[in-house]
Design a protein around this ligand. Structure first.
Ligand code: SAH
Ligand code: SF4
Ligand code: F3S
Length: 480
């Protein structure tokens, strides 16, 4: 099969940034007459890897497919269309996806009509496309993160011309509004406030796979949230790779703080946001977090490293001291706030002393939880070529030491809830035991609790009776 008829991505192209803001297009999403019912009698299954940006994209893909008449299949191997919405953040994330694509060969053999599609961040990488073309010929469709809206046309091409179809744009286009979406949950919702990332942390592939920072208009975000409230949603999580940069590209006055305040004023019971880069976290935003009780007292504040030299090499734009100052300010302003973080160990040439600085920072912040990773080389990023004398065994040992510390503080942080009453938004019966319900507290603690007569989406009071490192146990109490 010839490659030149495909639209292939280029990391070099993806690296470039233009000064002008992205256009915002309010699309009246219409599927052409000839393919409007293409999905009738067919079913789909979407498997999602990676972060919330992908989770949200999968809801939009599901919305588009359902508009075409496709029905959601509960079982992977019964579907007529399988989409893998992939993540490129670390090598092991990618290998997992390639393993899955490998497994699909068997399904394709037993059902030649099956359409297999690969989309998401991996599809934005040149190397992935090459590997797919040469080693995984049973993949029918590949598209990227910038052209979800084109799925109907792409499917038409695959189904009618029976040809492999690849369409990946290296660069972002307009911000497209008003795409259909089929949300996974009916009580809490992801809401994109911006796309892309301009931070270019030296290790990270996201600025290349997701394009430049593009904010949505405040009015579009608020309209979406008003609709969610009308549908009975209790919680929204505002999504961006770096929410504190919200509105800068459009010169929106007050930036993220102003947006957050407007969302708080809608009266939705619970507001969360992810992720806050420490660099742009301004005082106005902190004051707003402190002022509105429906902004949840929970902040994910990625640290990455506690050492200035490594932070500089990572291009994180803050020092350990600045991070600490921000943490102190937040902790003081928002009583009872819980904090989580992301940490990378084994960044190129990270010394024992540098690693110790990270451990010291964990001692200082005593996080409620931390997501910890061993540095993974991503082709096309600045850190890909950095010299590294640290062997994998040392990195693994450091990860184990760090994880032990993280678990210790997670447990300690949870102790503060023992015998207290917390408010929980009910997610549903627990998977393991249908008599036990699960949900999250305001502080984003997973709570498993005994209850009668509760429904998904109820806000209930739970007395905490036992504490584990990564969850709380309790019993519902009736409101008096
Ligand atoms: N925009 C978010 C991060 C998204 S990626 C932020 O800046 O906070 C989630 C996490 O994956 C990062 O915080 C980082 O800790 C980790 N990560 C990203 N690239 C990585 C790499 N190449 N190797 C190891 N971990 C990585
Ligand atoms: Fe990656 Fe840094 Fe952007 Fe986060 S802020 S997505 S870590 S480049
Ligand atoms: Fe992965 Fe892409 Fe998210 S690389 S972490 S799915 S933005």
């Amino acid at each position: 099969m010839k490659e030149n008829k495909f639209n292939l991505p280029s990391i070099n192209e993806a690296r470039r940034r233009t000064k002008c803001a992205a256009k915002i297009e309010h699309l009246e999403f219409k599927i052409p007459e000839d393919i409007k019912d293409l999905g009738v009698g067919r079913s789909y299954f979407i498997r999602t890897y990676g972060c919330q940006a992908n989770e949200r994209d999968s809801e939009i893909l599901a919305g588009i497919l359902e508009t075409m008449g496709y029905q959601k299949s509960e079982e992977f191997d019964k579907a007529d269309l399988i989409l893998l919405n992939t993540c490129a953040i670390r090598q092991n994330a990618e290998e997992k996806v390639f393993g899955e694509i490998g497994n699909l060969k068997r399904l394709k053999r037993t059902n030649p009509e099956l359409i297999i599609g690969v989309c998401g961040c991996m599809a934005q990488e040149e190397a992935t496309i090459k590997r797919l073309l040469s080693k995984y010929p049973w993949v029918d469709l590949v598209f990227g993160t910038h052209n979800l809206y084109n799925l109907p046309q792409l499917l038409k091409n695959v189904l009618f011309s029976k040809e492999k179809t690849i369409e990946v744009f290296s660069k972002e286009g307009e911000v497209i509004e008003d795409l259909p979406s089929s949300r996974l949950q009916k009580h809490k919702a992801w809401v994109n406030i911006m796309y892309g990332c301009d931070k270019f942390c030296a290790y990270c592939i996201v600025p290349y796979t997701r394009g430049k920072e593009r904010s949505r208009l405040m009015e579009d975000i608020l309209k979406e949230i008003d609709e969610l409230i009308a549908e009975g949603y209790k919680e929204v999580c505002l999504l961006g790779q770096n929410v504190n940069a919200y509105g800068r590209d459009l010169d929106i006055k007050g930036g993220f703080g102003a947006l957050l305040e407007a969302v708080a004023k809608t009266g939705i019971p619970r507001i969360r946001f992810m992720t806050s880069h420490p660099w742009n976290f301004d005082d106005q935003t902190i004051a707003i977090c402190a002022k509105y009780p429906n902004i949840m007292p929970y902040i994910h504040l990625p640290l990455q490293s506690g050492n200035d030299e490594i932070l500089r090499k990572m291009n994180r734009r803050y020092s350990a001291k600045e991070y600490k100052e921000l943490y102190d300010k937040l902790k003081k302003a928002i009583p009872g706030c819980s904090f989580t973080t992301d940490i990378i160990v084994g960044f190129p040439n990270e010394s024992d002393e540098a690693f110790k600085d990270t451990l010291d920072m964990v001692d200082y912040c005593q996080y409620d939880n931390a997501f910890t990773f061993i540095f993974s080389r991503r082709k096309g990023t600045p850190a890909y070529d950095m010299e590294d004398a640290i062997d994998m065994k040392t990195k693994e040992e450091r990860l184990a030491i760090l994880n032990k510390k993280v678990a210790h503080y997670a447990n300690l942080a949870n102790q503060r809830f023992l015998n207290t009453v917390v408010e929980v938004l009910v997610d549903g019966p627990s998977k393991k035991n249908p008599d036990i319900y699960a949900g999250y507290s305001k502080e984003n603690k997973l709570v498993n609790f005994k209850a009668n007569n509760v429904k998904i989406g109820d806000l209930v009071k739970v007395k905490i009776t036992a504490v584990k490192s990564f969850s709380l146990d309790g019993e519902m109490i009736e409101d008096k």
